[in-house]
Ligand binder design. Structure first.
Ligand SMILES: [Ca+2]
Length: 207
């Protein structure tokens, strides 16, 4: 009786500890990207190239992709001729490994005229070497409503980090543009060493 109560209490304590540390009931914890939903209200973690007086990426408030709650998205506006406007994030070195990479992202096109196209590409990279594999070029996407794209690819042996980039490219002609929204970007290999360590430490406490 006493032991049973004590066991029950221990299970409750462990369950509470797991919940508090976010291990239970938080699927987003597996995402290798930071600020993947742009809910910081800024572009922390992301790099932009192809900026000009008429091409840039900004945070838009009050509009959100469908695959996770929130109120912000990355708004890519490219109205420059023959310009590759790119929104990109590389994960920390050591966060990725050989094996399956699951990806997901929400995209929506507002406008794509005279050669404007939206592409996405994910690279498997090795520190000190560069790109050694990846998803291949995905798109062009004609997603006039919010669209969640999900899939997977195999990262080759030697992979140590991943890079994802969204490319709102324009043609070499007057009147070209590519205007698009990006939100809820996920790169997941299903292995989170930091969390596993935390879980092992918690288990050890109650042995
Ligand atoms: Ca968002």
């Amino acid at each position: 009786m006493f032991n049973g109560k004590r066991l029950g209490l221990s299970v409750m304590v462990i369950a509470l500890a797991l919940f508090t540390t976010g291990i239970v009931g938080n699927a987003a914890a597996d995402n290798l990207l930071v600020n993947a939903d742009f809910e910081t209200g800024n572009l922390t973690g992301w790099a932009i190239s192809g900026q000009s007086s008429v091409s840039d990426v900004n945070i838009e408030t009050g509009f959100n992709g469908p695959s996770a709650p929130g109120t912000h998205n990355a708004f890519m506006v490219n109205q420059a001729e023959a310009m590759g406007l790119t929104l990109k994030q590389a994960t920390e070195n050591g966060t990725a490994t050989a094996g399956t990479v699951q990806y997901s992202y929400d995209i929506k096109l507002d406008q794509a005229d005279v050669g404007g196209v939206l592409f996405v590409e994910i690279f498997a990279e090795q520190e000190g070497v560069g790109i050694i594999g990846g998803s291949g070029l995905m798109g062009p996407y004609w997603a006039w409503d919010w669209t969640t794209v999900a899939g997977e690819f195999e990262a080759p042996a030697g992979t140590t980090f991943l890079t994802i980039q969204f490319m709102a490219n324009t043609g070499a002609a007057i009147g070209t543009n590519c205007i698009a929204h990006v939100d809820n970007v996920v790169l997941d290999q299903g292995t989170v060493p930091v969390e596993q360590t935390t879980l092992d430490q918690l288990k050890a406490l109650y042995r």
